[in-house]
Design a protein around this ligand. Structure first.
Ligand SMILES: NC(=O)c1ccc[n+]([C@@H]2O[C@H](COP(=O)([O-])OP(=O)(O)OC[C@H]3O[C@@H](n4cnc5c(N)ncnc54)[C@H](OP(=O)(O)O)[C@@H]3O)[C@@H](O)[C@H]2O)c1
Length: 332
């Protein structure tokens, strides 16, 4: 089969589209014919050996797919050949087929195109899990950083769907425009506006109930100052490349809770593989998200789509910060 192969840990520019063997079907796993695979910043780290999970070489990168079931291994009764699915995989998404344990494979309802389905499991799963931890409910105010990114846009969608008021922060008006279309009510271009001033003005000086931060960086202290008394800050990632230091006195004085949220833990990517333990909980969450998408309540945006032989350009668009929302590869 055709696949993008990582033969050595170096830059993503050295990935090659080549012919490789089909993966072997094993008990408890399914074989998926891949239609779409998602692209994320983490892929660039994985192929350069700088990610927390190091895959043995050579390997096929990519961790999220949508497609159809080709065959099921012994012990799999949730699926049958022909079923439309989306899946989180340990690796192997940038190939024509992948074999993966069925625990992190999710049915895609008829109303959701596979090109949109591929954008749901990781970004929406993470955003939903985090926002629940932060006590999301109707009427709360949520500040979403990196709101034009894949995770940020998912958070904007979910918070809006639940009836929260969303304040979106991003580096450009183009990214903010997409956030607005996804439900954000207040837009902050942090290059031209002072984030804290806008939050204070928009919340009558009170601050927001929940901060959703996948970016980190130097503005973290502003995020704490933007949080209401008793509020929750969700730290999800450091896309800026800078891991912030939190002044704990500010958290203490305002009774603020700071939550580290790591979705990897629920899908088998933690230090110990706990995917079976969390499988039914995450399958339930995915069923809710896919039903919301099928019913038009969750407006999963069209992704920026690259062809299979453009994997390097697709990763570059994310790494160089030109992408808005999810970037995907069309495999077939
Ligand atoms: N905790 C978890 O379970 C979990 C799950 C998935 C992803 N993540 C992490 O969350 C982060 C965001 O993921 P994502 O999929 O939303 O990524 P993404 O689509 O690339 O978006 C990241 C956003 O970060 C902002 N950013 C600021 N400085 C940046 C820089 N120097 N380089 C690149 N982006 C920069 C950009 O927004 P502006 O241009 O508007 O600043 C960009 O839109 C990543 O670090 C990822 O590894 C964590």
């Amino acid at each position: 089969m055709k696949a993008v192969l990582c033969e050595q840990y170096s830059g993503f520019e050295n990935l090659k589209l080549t012919e490789t063997d089909r993966p072997q079907l094993v008990p408890g796993a399914v074989r998926i014919r891949i239609h779409y695979a998602s692209v994320s910043y983490a892929i660039s780290l994985m192929v350069s050996g700088r990610y927390q999970r190091k895959m043995p070489l050579p390997f096929i990168p990519g961790t999220e797919v949508s497609g159809e079931i080709l065959e099921c291994g012994d012990g799999v009764d949730r699926f049958k050949p022909g079923d439309r699915v989306a899946a989180i995989v340990d690796a192997g998404a940038y190939g024509e087929e992948v074999v993966t344990p069925d625990a992190t494979v999710y049915p895609v309802p008829a109303g959701v195109p596979l090109a949109r389905a591929v954008g749901i499991p990781l970004s929406f799963g993470t955003a939903a899990t985090a926002l629940e931890r932060g006590g999301l409910e109707a009427g709360k105010t949520v500040l979403v950083c990196g709101a034009g990114g894949a995770l940020g846009l998912a958070a904007v969608e979910i918070a809006s769907l639940k009836g929260a008021r969303v304040i979106a922060s991003a580096s450009s008006d183009a990214k903010l425009d997409i956030a607005r279309k996804s439900g954000a009510e207040v837009l902050i271009n942090y290059n031209t506006q002072n984030l804290l001033d806008v939050v204070r003005a928009e919340t009558g000086g009170r601050g927001v109930d929940i901060v959703f931060d996948p970016v980190g960086g130097d503005q973290f202290e502003q995020l704490i100052r933007s949080t209401a008394i008793g509020g929750n800050i969700l730290t999800l990632g450091f896309a800026s490349g800078v891991i912030p230091q939190a002044p704990l006195n500010l958290l203490l004085v305002k009774n603020i809770s700071l939550h580290g949220v790591n979705f990897s833990e629920y899908i088998g990517w933690g230090k110990v593989d706990r995917r079976q333990e969390f499988a039914s909980q995450i399958q339930e969450l995915m069923a809710e998200l896919f039903q919301a998408a099928a019913g038009g309540r969750l407006n999963v945006r069209d992704s920026q789509t690259f062809e299979f032989d453009e994997a390097i350009q697709a990763i570059a668009s994310v790494v160089e910060r030109r992408s808005v929302g999810k970037v995907i590869l069309r495999i077939c």
